[in-house]
Structure formats: C-alpha cells, structure tokens
Design a protein around this ligand. Sequence first.
Ligand code: ADP
Ligand code: ZN
Length: 519
Amino acid sequence: MLDHAMRILKDVFGYDAFRGNQAAIIERVAGGGDALVLMPTGGGKSLCFQVPALMREGLAVVVSPLIALMDDQVATLDELGVAAVALNSTLSPDEQREIADRIRRGQIKMLYLAPERLVQPRMLSFLQGLDIALFAIDEAHCVSQWGHDFRPEYLQLGQLAELFPNVPRIALTATADKRTREEIVQRLHLDNAERFLSSFDRPNIFYRIQPKDQPRKQLLGFLAARKGDAGIVYCLSRKKVEEVAEFLSSQGFPALPYHAGLPNELRAFNQKRFLNEEGLIMVATIAFGMGIDKPNVRFVCHLDLPKSLEAYYQETGRAGRDGLPADAWMAYGLQDVIFLKQMLNNSEGDERHKRIEQHKLDAMLALCEETRCRRQALLAYFDEELPNPCGHCDNCIDGVETWDATEPARQALSAVYRSGQRYGVGHLVDILLGRDNEKIRAAGHQHLAVFGVGKGFSEVEWRTLFRQLVARGLADVDLDGFGGLRLSETCRPLLRGEVSLQLRREPKPAQAAKASSSA
Ligand code: ADP
Ligand code: ZN
C-alpha cells in the first residue's frame, strides 16, 4: 500500500518523501480506517486526505469552513491535474447542476464543501447514491464549544458515522488540547479513530513577551534589527490597525492595514501585496491570517493581548513557516487585561461560555507572567511535555528574577479594600505613594492607613504589581464600572498572611527596550 502512496506522492504532488506522521495516517485512511489528526499549521495535513483520496475508488468529500481555503486547494489540485471542485454559494444553480452531473459520471475525484451544505438532506441523499472514497473534516476543532471557533454546523457532521458506516473519516485540526480532542471524538463519533498527534513545537520561533510601556517605541526597538523583513503586527481594534500602519510607514517600515472594516477590494489588494512583495508589514486585526500561507514571515508581533493561548499559538505560528529563524514578540499591559475582561463580560453568551473564555484568558495571562521557559509552558497547555527548557525564549535567555512581593501585595490589596473597591490603578497608586491631590482629598483618602506606605517603590513598580495581581486573579477588575479593582476570593490567604507571593521581577523599561532590539 505504501508503494502506491509513494507513487502518488511523487507522480501527482512531486515530493520525494512523506513528512512526520503522513505515511502512517495515509496508510490508515487508505485502508478504510478512521483517523484523528493533530498537526500544527504548515505540517502538511492536506496530503493526509488527498493521497488516500487518490488511492481509493470513488469521490472524496472534504469539509472545510473556509471558502478561501477551499478555493486555494482546488486551484492547486487543478494545476496538479486532479479533478477537484468546490461547491459554494457563489455558484449559480446551473453551475451547481453541472457539477452534480460530472460527479455522477465519476469525473470528479474531490469535492470540497462547507459543513452546512454537506448536511443538507438533499446533499446527503445525493452522496448516499454515490461511491464515496472518504470524508475529510478539516478544522475539526470547530465542533468544540471549548475550542476558539465553534461552529454549530459542525455538530451535525456526527451523523456521517451512521449514514456512511463503511466510509473512512479523517478529522484534522491544528489546535486541540486534550479536552478539545475528546470533544471532537465524541461529537464526530470517531470512537474507532486512530489518533495521530504531532509535536506542536515550533523550534525556530523565538518567543518574547514584554511589559507594555511605550508600545510604539518598543515596537520600533524590536523592528530596528529587522528592516526589510516581512511580518505581521496584530492589534485589537480597527482604528489602532490604521494608526499603527500609518505610524510604521512614516518611520520607514512599509506597512499595510488589514481589518474587516476595509472595503473588500482594498483588503484583497493589501493581502495580495503582502503575499507577493517582499519586506512588507501587515498591521491587522485577527481577521487576517486564516489560510494565509506565506512561508517567509519573519515575525509576528502583538500590540494587544490575544484572548487565549490557542489564538496566540495560531497567530504566532504564522511566523517562520519556512523553518528559518523567526520571532514572536508581544507587549502586554494591565489595560489589555481590563479591556479583554470587560469585552468578555459584555459579550453575548451564557455563563458557561463566559467561564470557559475566562479560563482561556487566565491561561494567556499566566504565559505572560510565566517565570519558567515560555515554550515549555505553551506546549504544556496543549498537553505536550517538553523535557527541558528550550534555550530559545526570553525567559531562557535572559533568566527571570523573582522577588518576594508578599508585603507590597498586601499593601496594594489593602489600598483596594480600604478605598472601597471601586478605584482604578492610577488612584490606588496615588494612595500608596501618598500623593496629595484633588481626587485624593475629595475622597478623604489622605486619612487612610495605607496612604503613603508605598513610597519605597516607584509608580511603574506599583503599576506592574497591580497588573500581576490581576493577572494572577488576586484582584478582579470591576466589569460594570470603569475598570476599578476589587478583591477576589483567592486573595484571602495572602491577606491573612498564610501564603507568600513570588513575582517576576521586571526589567526596567530602558533595559527592556535594549533586550528586545538585541534579540
Ligand atoms: P497544513 O494544512 O497542515 O497547514 P499543508 O497541507 O498546507 O499544511 O502543507 C503545508 C506545506 O507543506 C504545503 O506547501 C505542502 O505542499 C507542503 N508539504 C506537505 N507535505 C509535504 C511533503 N511530504 N513533502 C514536501 N512538502 C510537503
Ligand atoms: Zn525557553
């Protein structure tokens, strides 16, 4: 069987050897078995179903949520001489009928379609009348409510197991922790699927996460050594995307904006330029990236915090697909945390959903405040163990100093409590530093016992401490008001003196800038 697969790999795709798990996966599916494939983006998932599709009799059906991705794959297959089509809503009824005729006559080998289309009763009965080679379910994590892009239509794909009991099914995804994996198996009825898990490590990516101080200046510091490289800078809002793109261009770093609010033509134009020209920076919201295959993206920067580690991994993973050295760089601050928490709180969705999102954000924050190897922490989140520190992230290279923050943390929390649990960090710092200003006087806070107890630390140090307290869940952000801080349940042992608190010591801003430009 492997000879056959090898021949197809060479003759059709023009490659000499299978990568990683590809051969084993292909053997399994070509032999009629189900498979669950977990492989990082760029790992070569497509061949895992394209080769068995060509080895087996009948039509291979590929489910994908992204039209752009389908069109891409169909175009590539076309060039290779494989008869593939994508059925999507942009086709006229006549065109659709013609495709159906060609399928019936056995002239099409691979059919790509969106899940909602596949599960239409008419489509299912059409397919039941045909010889089906296999079902491939791409982006299978979309079936998981725990996953970051849940699509309800995916839930209905479970019925394929009963409707086509003898057709092998292969589910593929690039992001799935253990829990999501289990959900995929359960919801897609893949109990008999063999699991193929590849490592998610991207050893050529250097990870760095910095406290946000003067983000634009920090970004320029990072970019200084990377002039002429292509990269992506992610921002949360459309407005910021445009501002940062303009700013970078004015500083001699040609940059283009990309977000969902731009006219379609301009968006497509910018994307094309980014893909085809060298040395451009794409400043974008998360709307940019799904299905973008540019191998020589040298860096991915985050000027705002992603809302989960899945998103962070996915976005930073667009760097260095060619295997050459690449950077993932992020600046993050308290405002990011407050903003994301507020967004989460105001989002639609039930309590369960919000709790899940909250967990994910906490995991993201934990990576930011991580004192050990970032790569170990990141992979551990995806249930993969890296035995040794990587030696290729900021924490490994710079080392992380920790300090005993127990006493100052208690003072900070005490300032929160005594001022009534409704003030923002600026005011709380004023209390700790004993600043005698109007707002302090108006509230009578110059009489608080904690007033001025924190003069041993600078404003920046107190702000950092507050950020770390929030990131660790020891203080909460008041979500209905204006970002005031509250105590959380978990801070009680600390306040009672039952536990101590070790925090990451942050480099002084000047040092931080230097460290990033020499990375
Ligand atoms: P994924 O879907 O996992 O992100 P793709 O299937 O798009 O990855 O593959 C990524 C790139 O690697 C593609 O350009 C593909 O042609 C190439 N590739 C995949 N498998 C092989 C192989 N065995 N040998 C050489 N190139 C491969
Ligand atoms: Zn490391």
